[in-house]
Design a protein around this ligand. Structure first.
Ligand SMILES: Cc1ncc(COP(=O)(O)O)c(C=O)c1O
Length: 443
């Protein structure tokens, strides 16, 4: 950061501190990952200086010779890797990409069917606080009491509400999605079927999670999660999509630009192209396999320590812990975990009795820590750290006489964490673990 240090030491220092934070803590938010140095170089390149409104060979400005090639390479690689017919690599991120699909295939007010937020759906799948819930008639399905998707309920809702588009995809669901069942449900009512594979796209190309490509019409993925690319997104159209609607890609391209966005971020698109090349190499399969093996081991260990997991375990990179049997808010556990260096997030659990701001769960995942080379042995350690921490938190909570209502106050949570004696020692353990696995790409 030679130049940055000279020009803006304040920002340089913050960047350096953030780098250090990432080095010395465990990145266990399941939607986060570490892009490779090659991806970072592409993103930081001079391609970011170029305006390129339009699409390759159909731009509105001059000087497009190289960015056209970059964008075409990214699209060709995306099509090959995800086994689809067409790709748009311009969306700035996952939320605008979902909006673009809705703009392309639905009219405002049309009915859409997506997974409810507290069942693991994303905001853009029709939540009432999101544009998708405001501008469309959003009907929400949920998981069953067992934490698994309830396909009969989805089918019933689809038949009753006749959605124009169904979204299959999740942000906090640990299990495998049955794409074929979704396709049957969508076909029965003539709906478009969008698979939002943002979380699992790296697992899909790594061959450890079934691909929706043979079953759905459109796929959307962010590129910065398990795929390990820069912060961006792609919209992919399948063979089935083209068979249903031969103009589908044209509609999607127009929805992205000029419908929703202006100039594409060609530096990010170059980073996506690099990430796609990396994900097509044999070592990425090993990486994806290890992500799932790590999550399964972690889940097993957490279960053995008496944690309750939504759906009883995981098939993917992600674990959702229901803390109700521990009598602790997700907020408290998330803050305490941060204090020992385990970075995860509080999360609603299905049918959460608590409001979203004080949810009863936490969500954690393995893509980030697998990128730095951690394996099953380290997962066992992490589970034991979490076990020691929660035991101490509960004892301390009792000792301090903190009630459920009290725990909702930030100050009380701070006091609880401050009195939890095992925290400094656990912080050292996590720090030492991080030191053994420096932040360089192992796969
Ligand atoms: C399933 C799913 N879709 C869409 C998004 C939105 O992506 P972004 O945060 O890049 O807008 C996310 C992000 O968490 C997600 O998990």
């Amino acid at each position: 950061m030679k130049h940055l240090r000279k020009v803006d030491p304040q920002i340089a220092e913050l960047v350096a501190k953030e780098q250090k934070r990432q080095e010395t803590t465990l990145m266990m938010i399941p939607s986060e990952n570490m892009a490779s140095s090659a991806v970072e170089e592409a993103v930081a390149s001079s391609l970011g200086n170029k305006y390129a409104e339009g699409y390759p060979h159909r731009r509105y400005y001059q000087g497009q010779g190289y960015v056209d090639q970059v964008e075409q390479l990214a699209a060709v690689r995306a099509k090959k890797l995800f086994d689809v017919d067409c790709a748009n690599v311009q969306p700035y991120s996952g939320s605008p990409a979902n909006l673009a699909v809705l703009l392309a295939l639905c009219n405002p007010g049309d009915t859409i069917l997506g997974l409810a937020l507290d069942s693991g759906g994303h905001l853009t799948h029709g939540a009432n606080v999101s544009f998708t819930g405001k501008f469309f008639n959003a009907v929400q399905y949920s998981v069953g009491k067992d934490g698994f998707l309830d396909y009969e309920q989805i089918s019933r809702l689809a038949k009753k509400t006749k959605p124009r588009l169904i979204i299959a995809g999740t942000t906090a669901y640990p299990r495998i999605i049955d794409w074929k069942k979704f396709a049957q449900i969508a076909d029965d009512v003539g709906a478009y079927l969008l698979a939002d594979i943002s979380h699992i796209s790296g697992l899909i190309v790594g061959g450890v999670y079934p691909s929706p490509s043979p079953h759905v019409h459109v796929m959307m993925t962010t590129t910065h999660k398990s795929l390990r690319g820069p912060r961006g997104a792609m919209i992919l159209v399948t063979h089935r999509g083209l068979a249903k609607d031969e103009k589908i890609m044209d509609k999607i391209d127009k929805a992205v630009f000029p419908g929703l966005q202006g100039g594409p971020h060609e530096n990010t698109i170059a980073g996506i192209a690099v990430a796609l090349k990396e994900a097509s190499a044999p070592h990425f399969k090993k990486y994806a396999k290890q992500i799932v093996a790590n999550a399964k081991t972690l889940a097993q260990e957490l279960l053995s320590y008496g944690f309750t997991l939504v759906s009883g375990g995981t098939d993917s990179h992600l674990i959702l812990i229901d803390l109700r049997n521990k009598d602790l808010l997700g907020n408290t556990m998330a803050v305490a975990c941060e204090r020992i260096g385990i970075i995860l997030n509080r999360n609603a659990i299905p049918f959460d009795p608590n409001p979203p701001f004080y949810p009863s769960g936490i969500r954690l995942g393995t893509p980030g820590i697998t990128s730095r080379g951690m394996k099953e042995k380290e997962m066992k350690k992490i589970a034991s750290f979490m076990h020691t921490l929660i035991k101490d938190l509960l004892e301390t909570k009792k000792r301090l006489g903190i009630s459920k209502e009290d725990e909702k106050k930030k100050e009380t949570r701070k006091r609880l964490v401050a009195h939890t004696k095992s925290i400094p020692l656990l912080r050292t353990e996590v720090f030492n673990l991080c030191k053994k696995f420096p932040l360089k790409e192992v796969y």
